[in-house]
Design a protein around this ligand. Structure first.
Ligand SMILES: O=C(O)CCC(=O)C(=O)O
Ligand SMILES: [Fe+2]
Length: 312
């Protein structure tokens, strides 16, 4: 693990992660430590995510947002925060769309066919490539953390319940006298989120000692971030950091997030509850939590929804 001149967000190389042999090895404890202390870390993917691949991906996303509004709003879902979001009075810079079941061919095809009824093979293949790569990173991270906590036995069953939402975001530059907030401070409601962006900065993460730090992506990297569900599952060991997007300058920002949800009940492993770590959370329904967050009238940005939903 290194810091690449940015003291606050750790960096792990994907090659080291792939070489990891399981619990007790250094890279496993580094990943776990990064998630406990920072709630996030960069994964370096040199040679896998080249500049050319990045350009192709973000060109594709730009084309998607260039579709007419009446097409984009066809991106709907029965789940909160899974469909088209845009023109929100309190977040005027943001537009966002969601591709459900993004790691399945069917999920990507059905989204593409709604957006381009005559098909768009290039977009479809690009999203499939991206979702496969990033979901593999997500699974590796989860496996390493489970191993590091000595609860590897739950990994397989967790895998069977995982579902991936790929969300794409577009932030326009603010007009004069307009808010610069592309996204207000929040924690993710996911288990894990994996983020990437075009070359335009804006994401900031709050450290445990309450400092906002800019997320300066190293080339060919993703940001792995723990969500509230991971925090609760780990009985409050993993940190789910507050983060926000602040738009400076005149460029459009595009970002992509692969968001992991669990289809059903997340149980806190008994192994993670002991005298030194009394139970902090009860088992909870992950999509129930998302609905609760959606309807919770508590709009204080830095209020712990997960504690009020399933805290002991
Ligand atoms: O645009 C980004 O980089 C972050 C977006 C984000 O925090 C979210 O969608 O939850
Ligand atoms: Fe977020």
């Amino acid at each position: 693990m290194g810091f690449l001149g940015q003291p606050n967000i750790p960096v792990v190389d994907i090659i080291d992660m792939k070489k990891s042999t399981g619990s007790g090895d250094l890279v496993c404890s580094e990943v776990r430590h990064a998630l406990e202390e920072y709630g996030c870390f960069f994964v370096l993917c040199d040679g896998i995510i080249t500049e050319e691949v990045n350009r192709e991906v973000f060109d594709g996303i730009e084309t998607l947002f260039d579709l007419p509004m009446e097409t984009k709003i066809k991106n709907t879902s029965d789940k909160a925060y899974h469909g088209y979001i845009g023109q929100l009075p309190f977040l005027p810079l943001l537009e966002s769309m969601g591709i459900e079941h993004a790691a399945t061919v069917h999920g990507v095809h059905s989204f593409t066919n709604i957006m381009w009824p005559y098909g768009n093979d290039v977009f479809c293949k690009m999203i499939q490539f991206y979702a496969k790569l990033v979901s593999e990173i997500e699974e590796t991270v989860r496996k390493m953390v489970f191993e590091s906590y000595g609860v590897k036995k739950y990994h397989e069953s967790y895998n069977e319940s995982v579902t991936y939402l790929l969300r794409v975001m577009k932030y326009r530059p603010p007009n004069m006298n307009e808010t610069k907030m592309g996204s207000v401070s929040h924690t993710d409601k996911t288990f894990i989120s994996i983020l990437s962006q075009n070359q335009v900065k804006g994401l900031e993460v709050k450290t445990k000692d309450n400092n906002w730090i800019p997320v300066n992506y190293p080339p060919s990297s993703f940001l792995v971030m723990a969500g509230d569900a991971f925090k609760a599952w780990s009985n409050d060991r993993v940190h789910s950091p507050y983060h926000r997007v602040v738009m400076e300058g005149h460029d459009f920002r595009y970002s992509i997030g692969l968001f992991t949800f669990h289809k059903g009940i997340i149980a806190i492993p008994e192994e993670l509850v002991d005298d030194a770590h009394p139970r902090k959370f009860n088992s909870f329904n992950h999509f129930g939590y998302l609905d609760f967050y959606d309807k919770d009238s508590m709009f204080d940005q830095e209020y712990s929804h997960v504690k009020s939903f399933c805290g002991v």
